[in-house]
Design a protein around this ligand. Structure first.
Ligand SMILES: *[C@@H]1O[C@H](CO)[C@@H](O)[C@H](O)[C@H]1NC(C)=O
Ligand SMILES: *[C@@H]1O[C@H](CO)[C@@H](O)[C@H](O)[C@H]1NC(C)=O
Ligand SMILES: *[C@@H]1O[C@H](CO)[C@@H](O)[C@H](O)[C@H]1NC(C)=O
Ligand SMILES: *[C@@H]1O[C@H](CO)[C@@H](O)[C@H](O)[C@H]1NC(C)=O
Ligand SMILES: *[C@@H]1O[C@H](CO)[C@@H](O)[C@H](O)[C@H]1NC(C)=O
Ligand SMILES: *[C@@H]1O[C@H](CO)[C@@H](O)[C@H](O)[C@H]1NC(C)=O
Ligand SMILES: *[C@@H]1O[C@H](CO)[C@@H](O)[C@H](O)[C@H]1NC(C)=O
Ligand SMILES: *[C@@H]1O[C@H](CO)[C@@H](O)[C@H](O)[C@H]1NC(C)=O
Length: 587
């Protein structure tokens, strides 16, 4: 094992080299400290939860809006806990499901038992709504009525925007795509102005750094001042894992990052720079799905595609191109369809964009694989037969309720399709507010050019999907504290935490590529203070597929049994999935 660089040397070196740099914000709160944040409540009181029966217990927790300026005021966070089933308890684990903007109380309320089975019955499982999300303050919701929200987004989607044929290789397609940039730019301005008018200063208090201070404060209050922070972050939640190692290296207990979002691009570059990074593996996922489908006996698209992966992909391309060619800019009335209970025939409102949004989201988990097949083959049938209808009503319902789709217009519904969860409403404030240079020359137009590059070079089907970030160039509020501005944190995010963290990346993840997990665990960043687990799975995070191997690795890690460090940037452990819903490919 390589020796851990001493913290004081890290800091001294950094101050020397950074001495001449100027910083936008100088944070007086000590970062990279061994102490918890001050200003949050010292204790909290557990009581019954609304909606989740005992043994679940809930509490609220008081935190300052701005840790550096306590006089600004306080707000409260909603917390839920599923206590250990045995006494004395073996440990406690805080969990965040991602987003940004996913409410942790509902997540743990629904899945706490599953997590507790994974961790062991001796573990407390704790979730909370991060700042601005769900039941936690400050309130950053923009819309309260679905209709109001829908009408706002329809201004762009109803106008036929955004729309692009994914690979953007035809000059006319590129020209059309570019022509939408100014509409988006205006929309971004309106969006920012509307948010500021309604939520003003609240927007700047929901940044990721503050959430990490909240997490440490909760550990102090619940498990004792200075106790180890045990935390499991999934997807965007992995930023908390990464930030924690940098902001509170001496508080790091058992920390897991599952499905890693690249902390470096999030922290050190404009948020939009994540676009080329995050979709690195999305095409790989589509190809892996197509390969499995092609060789399976129960995948209809495999039959249409003559049982080859190329055949399946060409059928999908045909579906998408037809959608692009006949798209008329109108709104798809899927919600009406659910309400009316009638099956739609093919509508020119199906856009390339809408279809790929669904496909990308259905690729998140293997439990959606069969549905992805029936959905695509249903669209194929409708496109080729004027009287065919889209499967059954229940299947479309499945879409709207379980698929984690993020359409521009409906990006606030997500898996918790409930306005009160302020899903992506907080997401915009968090993602754009954390961004390093929102007021720089990083314009909507340059962003469109970047998307064109990605679509042409690395993600011909999905490159144009990262819509929420399209609004960041016009977002004017920055979080009061951003990791990139904390002077004691080195540029390369390579402060070594007290304990080894577990970093897990899927071989083919549509949203958080393996390369991002590898980067976090690499010598350049956490090195010997991380173990890298490669999950040979298709989908987003370890929740994508059942795996006894993954369960064992996590359980062993929690019990103090670290995987052997292979000493390089290669995976220390490789895990397989137990099974997939398709029959295994026959060679
Ligand atoms: C801590 O709790 C008390 C009430 O018990 C409250 O008055 C105080 O404002 C809280 N502090 C924070 C940071 O919320
Ligand atoms: C915020 O909480 C702190 C610490 O508990 C307390 O001293 C302060 O009075 C609170 N501020 C407000 C505005 O309640
Ligand atoms: C936020 O404010 C809206 C009203 O604009 C309200 O409906 C909603 O319940 C508030 N959310 C929270 C968590 O207080
Ligand atoms: C882009 O899409 C068009 C239309 O489907 C297709 O003809 C072309 O081969 C694709 N190009 C690439 C590089 O995928
Ligand atoms: C499948 O094979 C048939 C017969 O050779 C051919 O007409 C069709 O184009 C093929 N489809 C695909 C998607 O390759
Ligand atoms: C559903 O019903 C409404 C009201 O009758 C009608 O306007 C709408 O077109 C219907 N939508 C579908 C998809 O049938
Ligand atoms: C078109 O779809 C209708 C309704 O599902 C079906 O009855 C009919 O057989 C289909 N026609 C062809 C040529 O597949
Ligand atoms: C932003 O401006 C700087 C300096 O003027 C320039 O070097 C850089 O290329 C610009 N970036 C973009 C994305 O246009």
């Amino acid at each position: 094992m390589r020796p851990t660089r001493s913290l004081s040397r890290t800091l001294a070196t950094f101050f020397l080299t950074a001495g001449c740099a100027s910083f936008d914000v100088v944070i007086s709160v000590s970062a990279a400290s061994s102490h918890g944040p001050s200003g949050s409540n010292d204790t909290l009181t557990w009581g019954p939860c609304t909606g989740y029966p005992a043994p679940y217990e809930c509490a609220t927790f008081g935190v300052p809006l701005d840790y550096a300026r306590p006089s600004v005021g306080n707000t409260t966070l909603a917390i839920i806990r599923l206590p250990a089933k045995i006494s004395p308890r073996k440990g406690y684990m805080f969990y965040n499901p991602g987003g940004p903007g996913a409410p942790g109380v509902d997540y743990i309320g629904q899945l706490g038992g599953t997590l507790q089975q994974q961790f062991g019955e001796g573990w407390d499982v704790i979730g909370w709504d991060p700042r601005g999300v769900g039941g936690s303050g400050p309130n950053v919701s923009l819309f309260t009525e679905f209709a109001e929200y829908d009408a706002f987004w329809e201004q762009i989607e109803g106008a036929g925007k955004p729309e692009a044929r994914g690979n953007l290789t035809r000059p006319s397609d590129v020209a059309f795509f570019r022509s939408q940039a100014s509409v988006f730019d205006d929309f971004g301005k309106q969006f920012d102005a509307k948010y500021r008018a309604k939520r003003g200063d609240n927007l700047k208090y929901v940044g990721t750094c503050a959430v990490v201070r909240d997490l440490v404060g909760m550990v102090d209050a619940i498990y004792g001042r200075g106790a180890d922070v045990n935390f499991y972050g999934s997807s965007y939640g992995t930023l908390f894992s990464a930030y924690l190692t940098q902001m509170f290296p001496h508080r790091v207990g058992k920390v897991i990052a599952d499905g890693v979002l690249d902390a470096f691009t999030w922290t050190r570059t404009p948020i939009t720079a994540g676009i080329p990074v995050d979709f690195t593996d999305t095409e790989k996922v589509l190809r892996a799905w197509s390969t499995t489908c092609a060789s399976s006996t129960n995948c209809a698209l495999g039959t249409i595609g003559n049982h080859t992966a190329d055949g399946v992909i060409s059928v999908i391309d045909g579906i998408l191109n037809t959608a692009y060619d006949v798209y008329d800019g109108s709104k798809l009335s899927l919600f009406d369809f659910i309400a009316n209970g009638t099956a739609p025939t093919y509508s020119p409102a199906w856009s390339f964009y809408l279809l790929t949004s669904f496909v990308e989201n259905l690729l998140y988990g293997s439990s959606n694989w069969l549905f992805l097949d029936s959905f695509l083959s249903g669209i194929y049938a409708m496109q080729n037969n004027a009287t065919a209808t889209l499967n059954s009503r229940s299947e479309v319902n499945h879409f709207l309720t379980t698929a984690n789709f993020r359409l521009s217009r409906r990006s606030m519904s997500g898996p918790w399709a409930d306005m009160s969860s302020v899903w992506s409403q907080a997401g915009f404030a968090i993602a754009c507010g954390d961004s390093q240079h929102p007021r720089s020359n990083y314009t909507t137009a340059t962003l469109f050019e970047q998307v064109i590059q990605v679509a042409q070079n690395s993600s011909p089907h999905f490159g144009t999907l990262l819509v929420p970030r399209w609004l960041c160039p016009r977002w004017t509020t920055q979080a009061v504290e951003r990791l990139g501005d904390i002077r004691s944190i080195p540029y390369d995010l390579n402060i070594k935490p007290k304990n080894v963290i577990l970093v897990i990346g899927n071989n083919a993840d549509p949203a958080t590529p393996f390369a991002s997990a590898q980067a976090l665990a690499s010598k350049k960043r956490l090195g010997s203070k991380a173990r890298l687990v490669k999950f040979n799975a298709i989908g987003h995070t370890t929740t994508s597929n059942p795996s006894t191997c993954i369960n064992n690795v996590i359980r062993s890690y929690l019990e103090g049994d670290l995987p052997e460090d292979k000493g390089d940037d290669a995976p220390d452990v490789i895990c397989e999935v137990d099974s997939t819903p398709f029959t295994q490919p026959s060679e």
